[in-house]
Design a protein around this ligand. Structure first.
Ligand code: AMP
Ligand code: MG
Length: 478
């Protein structure tokens, strides 16, 4: 399909008018293409040649409206660092229409009704981070929003310093946040709340349409999806960094990439967000915060559903999370079945990784080739003994596997990525991009799409993070 053959729809506009505000994008000066995602274009049915056309650039810059587009920004609120903010909304994202089940947004396309004191822009640095990381999440098999195109510009915007502005064309099967429900609940707009619940069910949980107790089942599904998503983050070592309720997806996918990080050395208490002084959103806090956020959603849904029934659904969260996390970790360890004591066995390992400051990703990748010779694994930590003790129990535990070591290795190499996009790697891409060189963006994009692959030219990125680049914190300013 050519761009001029696309016919966008706008299902969200069927909701009451309080849910959104119509707004046109404000194009950037001197835009240029940085990267386009062929895989996403193919999924949307857009011809590949279109990606390199002048039309595409105008379209992503908000200067060319496709057929059917009726741009708008969505209204929401949310709890930020535990405090309720009565109105947030898309302050710099503009929805431009839907293709199939994917809703397209331009992030950084100018001010909206909800910009408050912001300029409606996104800087190049944070746009590169979102563009690459959403593809990396997808490559790791974790549900996420995705991106079709990243453009840069010569237009400068002020943050701590002057920086160049960019736009990401991103897409998602849903942009509804916990905070979208919170807004209508706190405003006591129950008609809108109900309409939103019906819409969210149709969009994300269509099998519930017409079911008795559909709203309760809807909440139950969100509990389950959230538990699963956070278990996946923990297993892969991802710290989101800003789990405010406005950054939590009703669809249960990863949304709004800000000062996130992958773990370098395993550190349960790791905090990636520079402004998160007390570690509310630290790596180890994520599962509990997931529950806290679901409680905020529960409160927002209370005009529609009995609180007692929702409590019961929420009470399942911790078990669902723990079961899913254990499944994933057993997979990472190459264990074929689970048995009593596996939780302690895993806790033992995580304690060793933490105490010895072992690179989390590299450990599991190295373990994926373990055959009894411990040298490569022992080398990863500061001391040998604790790791050796754990390997004694691992050897015993492996004997319960029915498959051969080769079969286990093959399985583990498809579960344990060789590459994750650590912050120092992204920073290399950003530093070069700010000088007009996008080669590293391209390389990281390729790696992101298949993090289990071998890339001889980028072997150094598969090693432990260099000491001076470890545990960087990022600011929220973006
Ligand atoms: P975030 O931390 O990116 O999830 O943003 C939190 C809220 O601030 C959302 O309502 C955003 O739309 C808004 N926001 C962030 N940056 C800007 C900006 N530069 N201009 C306008 N609104 C912004
Ligand atoms: Mg956000």
């Amino acid at each position: 399909m050519k761009l001029n053959e696309i016919k966008l729809t706008n299902p969200y506009l069927a909701l009451p008018e309080l849910c959104y505000t119509r707004v046109k994008p404000t194009p950037l000066r001197k835009p240029f293409l940085i990267h386009a995602n062929r895989a996403v274009a193919q999924e949307l049915g857009i011809d590949e040649e279109e990606l390199w056309s002048e039309h595409l650039l105008e379209f992503v810059n908000g200067a060319l409206e496709l057929q059917g587009s009726e741009p708008f920004a969505m209204c929401y609120s949310g709890h930020q660092f535990g405090y309720y903010v009565p109105r947030l909304g898309d302050g710099r994202a503009i929805n431009i229409g839907t293709i199939g089940d994917q809703h397209l947004q331009l992030k950084g396309a100018g001010q909206t009704e909800y910009s408050r004191s912001g300029d409606g822009r996104a800087v190049l640095r944070s746009s590169i981070r979102e563009y690459l990381m959403s593809e990396a999440m997808h490559g790791l098999g974790i549900e996420t929003t995705r991106a079709l195109v990243l453009i840069g510009s010569e237009q400068q915007v002020i943050r701590e310093d002057w920086e160049k502005a960019a736009i990401v064309l991103r897409l998602s099967p849903s942009w509804i946040r916990f905070g979208t429900f919170e807004y209508f609940a706190h405003e006591k707009k129950h008609k809108e709340l109900e309409a939103l619940a019906d819409y969210a069910i149709a969009e994300s949980y269509p099998h519930l349409i017409g079911e008795p107790d559909a709203y309760l089942h809807f909440f139950t599904e969100v509990v389950g999806k959230t538990a699963r998503l956070i278990a996946e983050w923990q297993a892969v070592g991802f710290n989101h960094g800003v789990m405010n309720t406005d950054n939590m997806s009703i669809h249960g996918l990863t949304i709004d990439y800000g000062p996130y990080a992958f773990l370098d050395d395993y550190d349960f208490q790791y905090i990636c967000n520079h402004t998160d002084t007390y570690g509310r959103y630290s790596f180890g806090s994520q599962p509990n915060i997931g529950e806290w956020n679901l409680r905020a959603l529960m409160q927002a849904l209370s005009p529609l559903i009995s609180a007692e029934k929702m409590e019961k659904a929420l009470a399942r969260y911790n078990t669902l999370y723990a079961e899913h996390y254990l499944d994933l970790m057993c997979g990472k360890l190459g264990l074929e079945s689970q048995e009593k004591g596996d939780r302690e066995f895993l806790r033992h390992l995580l304690g060793v990784l933490q105490a010895l400051s072992v690179d989390y990703t590299l450990f599991f990748r190295t373990l994926s080739r373990y055959e009894g010779d411990r040298k490569a694994l022992l080398k990863l930590g500061l001391y040998h003994e604790p790791m050796s003790d754990w390997l004694d129990s691992y050897d015993k535990r492996l004997r319960k596997n029915a498959s051969t070591a080769e079969q286990r290795h093959a399985r583990m190499l498809k579960i344990n990525p060789k590459y994750v996009l650590k912050n120092y790697m992204l920073q290399e891409a950003i530093d070069a991009a700010e000088e007009g060189d996008f080669l590293i963006v391209e390389s990281l994009f390729d790696i992101a799409q298949n993090p289990y692959g071998e890339y001889p030219a980028f072997e150094r990125w598969a090693a432990a993070t260099p000491e001076e680049s470890k545990n960087r914190k990022l600011s929220c300013s973006s």
